[in-house]
Each structure stands twice: as structure tokens, then as C-alpha cells.
Design a protein around this ligand. Structure first.
Ligand SMILES: CNc1nc2c(CC[C@H]3O[C@@H](OC)[C@@H]4OC(C)(C)O[C@@H]43)c3nc(N)[nH]c(=O)c3cc2[nH]1
Ligand SMILES: [Zn+2]
Length: 379
């Protein structure tokens, strides 16, 4: 089940509410990425305290470990990982693609060797739907091929050509139809999202969009971006594609991005975002603040008694200094990853709250101007 209502707009930007089987979420919204059924370095309670309303689970990884027998026994992912709010699962296509060489793609699906134990595996649109049905995720992503921006062949960087992007996009379209049929056969009560491909070519994005819109799915994602393409290309395709997605359905931009990307995405009409950046960068000491990013390992923080971000209300900023975080990072203490993750996720989720409030108040343009000025100030 899915219900999506738009309450306010500002240009292409929209403020909405998305009702799913496990609860209601506010949009625009950021979705923390939980790969092995956990958002690394933070508990479900910590996620709720940071204001997370929906998280991502990973079909591919959970299929391999702990395996469907374990998840099935718990009636799905929610009870297994202790998260009773909505979950979105990606279909596994991207994850297999990012495995690199050990895979073989055909019309039927993708053959590859398990990175866990070397077993020969075969992921198809139907199998991906069967796995996501066992996971019982509220939003199920279609099985697609994430068209790469470039591939390295024999040491040579090859940029994906128009005909290669077309073939890949048309394969994902055929797979979308197979996903829809299997999803119906399984009588899955959740929401199946299509994924727009088409590489860096606007006319292929339009063809993908038209083919997916004909399937009349409950939601649509923009895929094939944030895969190594120049930022200008990402923004060009985003601004071309987002406004063309069905206006009455949720729009999800996959794998994006920096705080600036989130603001540009909302302005272009995107409702949902996921990115590993806040969590992965936290563990690497790359922290986000209102006035710019900082790398806490830098010697300049050794005696700095200020919190990471004086305007942040998260537990890390309320209790600890930059000097202490600098020390924990230098010592490789596990507490560092936890405190840094809490802050970065809080920063991302607060940015979404601020954008929703600006859309509610009709002050989105002023918000964007202030956001950019603040971020340029420097920490
Ligand atoms: C980083 N840039 C980026 N990520 C993309 C994704 C995957 C998004 C998922 O991959 C992980 O992020 C690396 C996250 O962990 C899980 C939980 C698997 O979900 C997130 C995509 N997925 C599909 N199916 N199709 C796409 O065209 C696509 C494009 C992307 N661009
Ligand atoms: Zn903080």
C-alpha cells in the first residue's frame, strides 16, 4: 500500500507525506543506508532520536547473509533488525554490478559467484522480487541494470556510448515489466518502484520514463547517476528527468549525495534520497557542519574545545568537543565511529527538516540562498 500527498510546492520542489505499510514519512526525506540490516555505528533508537523515518536494506547482501531462511522466520526484515518503521530495499542489481568482473549479464538475469562463499548464484527480476517479498520491505526497487558512466577495459577508460546506454535501458525496461508481473503473482502488498535509466542521454531518459510510466507503478526512481559521472552531468540529467517523472507519485534519486546535492535535488522535484556519505564519511573522520565540512584528524582540532557544530542539537555536539573527537579518531576508538555517525546523520536529517519547514513556510528560495552562504563560510 502507498499513498502520496503533496501539500506545498515551490517551483519544482514539493513538500509531501508518504504513507506506507509500516508508517507515514515526511518528504523530502533522507534514508540512511543499512547494508547488512544495520546502519553502521548507530542503533535503531539512535536513528529514531536523529529523526530517521525510513532506512534502506540491501537485498543482495541479506540474501547471502543471514539468508532468507533466517529473515523468513522473523516474518521479514523489520522484526529481525528491530526497526518497526518503513524500509526500502534496493533490488541487488547495483550491488552485483559493483562486484565487478565476477558476473555475467543476460536477458534472463545476472550470474555471479557469491563473494561470501563462491557459490554460483543467479539473480533475476523474479528472484529479486521473491527475496524482497520475504524481506517485506515497504518499498521494493525493480531489478535493473545500473548503466555505468564508464568502464575500464584492458586499462583503457571507455565512456558508455549512446547505443550501449540504449541497450542497457531497454533491458531494464523489460525487467521492470517482469518485476511487475512477479510482484503481482506473489501478491506483495507493498510498493514496487521503477528505476529510470538512459545514461547521460536525455532522449534515452525520456524513453525509459515513458516505458516505466506505462506500467503505472506507485513510485519512480532516477538510477544510473552518482556513478562516477562529472557533477555537471549528474545535475543536467537530474534537472531534465525529475520534473518529467509523474507528479503525483514519489520520486527517489538513488545514491545521492552531498548536502549541496540534496538541496539541488529537492529544488529539481525529488522527494527521497539515499547515500552512504554521512555514515561512510563519518567513519573516515569527514564531518558535515552548517558552515562547511571538516576533517577531525587535522592537528588544528587538538585543543579545540568547541562542539563540531555550535548550531547542531545532536548528542555528540551537546556533550563532546572537537578535541575529544580528534583524540578518539587518532586512537582509532570505536566510540569515534558511533559519535561521528550520530552527528552526520543528524546533520543530514536536520537539513531535510529545515527544507520541509521552508517549503511549509513558503520560504524555500530564501533557505537555499542562506544554506549556500553558510556552507561557504568555513568552519
Ligand atoms: C552511490 N551512487 C549510486 N547508488 C546507486 C544505486 C544503489 C543504491 C544502493 O547501493 C548502496 O549505495 C552504494 C546503498 O546500499 C543499499 C542498501 C544497497 O542501497 C543503496 C542504484 N541502485 C539501482 N538498483 N539502480 C541504480 O541505477 C543505482 C544507481 C546508484 N548510484
Ligand atoms: Zn552534531
Amino acid at each position: 500500500m502507498l499513498q502520496f500527498t503533496v501539500h506545498h510546492t515551490s517551483g519544482q520542489a514539493r513538500r509531501g507525506t508518504l504513507t506506507l505499510n509500516h508508517g507515514v514519512i515526511d518528504t523530502p526525506q533522507f534514508m540512511p543506508v543499512g547494508t547488512y540490516g544495520t546502519v553502521k555505528g548507530i542503533t535503531p533508537e539512535g536513528l529514531k532520536a536523529a529523526g530517521a523515518q525510513i532506512i534502506l536494506g540491501n537485498t543482495f547482501h541479506l540474501w547471502l547473509r543471514p539468508g532468507l531462511d533466517v529473515v523468513r522466520q522473523f516474518g521479514g526484515l523489520h522484526r529481525f533488525i528491530g526497526w518497526d518503521a518503513p524500509i526500502l530495499t534496493d533490488s541487488g542489481g547495483f550491488q552485483v554490478w559493483s562486484l565487478g568482473a565476477m558476473r555475467k549479464i543476460s536477458e534472463e538475469g545476472v550470474k555471479f559467484a557469491s563473494p561470501v562463499n563462491g557459490d554460483k548464484l543467479f539473480l533475476t527480476p523474479e528472484v529479486s522480487m521473491q527475496i524482497q517479498t520475504v524481506l517485506n520491505s515497504d518499498i521494493v526497487m525493480q531489478f535493473d541494470e545500473c548503466t555505468p558512466y564508464d568502464v575500464t577495459r584492458g586499462g583503457q577508460k571507455h565512456i558508455t556510448t549512446e547505443s550501449e546506454a540504449r541497450a542497457s535501458m531497454e533491458l531494464s525496461l523489460r525487467w521492470a515489466a517482469r518485476c511487475k508481473a512477479e510482484f503481482a503473482r506473489l501478491e506483495n502488498p507493498n510498493a514496487l518502484f521503477g528505476i529510470v535509466q538512459g545514461g547521460m542521454f536525455e532522449h534515452l531518459r525520456d524513453a525509459s520514463l515513458d516505458g516505466l510510466a506505462a506500467l503505472d507503478l506507485p513510485g519512480y526512481a532516477i538510477g544510473g547517476l552518482s556513478v562516477g559521472e562529472p557533477k555537471d552531468d549528474m545535475l543536467r540529467l537530474l534537472r531534465h528527468t525529475a520534473p518529467r517523472l509523474p507528479a503525483n507519485k514519489p520520486r527517489y534519486l538513488m545514491g545521492v549525495g552531498t548536502p549541496e546535492d540534496l538541496v539541488a535535488g529537492v529544488a529539481a522535484g525529488i522527494d527521497l534520497f539515499d547515500c552512504v556519505m554521512p555514515t561512510r564519511n563519518a567513519r573516515n573522520g569527514h564531518l558535515f557542519t552548517r558552515y562547511g565540512d571538516l576533517r577531525i584528524r587535522n592537528a588544528r582540532f587538538k585543543l579545540d574545545e568547541r562542539p563540531l557544530d555550535e548550531t547542531c542539537t545532536c548528542p555528540t555536539c551537546r556533550q563532546f568537543s572537537r578535541a575529544y573527537l580528534h583524540h578518539l579518531d587518532r586512537c582509532g576508538e570505536m566510540l569515534f565511529g558511533m559519535l561521528a555517525t550520530t552527528h552526520n546523520l543528524h546533520y543530514y536529517l536536520q537539513l531535510m527538516r529545515d527544507m520541509r519547514a521552508a517549503l511549509d513556510a513558503g520560504t524555500f528560495d530564501a533557505f537555499v540562498t542562506q544554506f549556500r552562504a553558510d556552507r561557504a563560510r568555513g568552519v
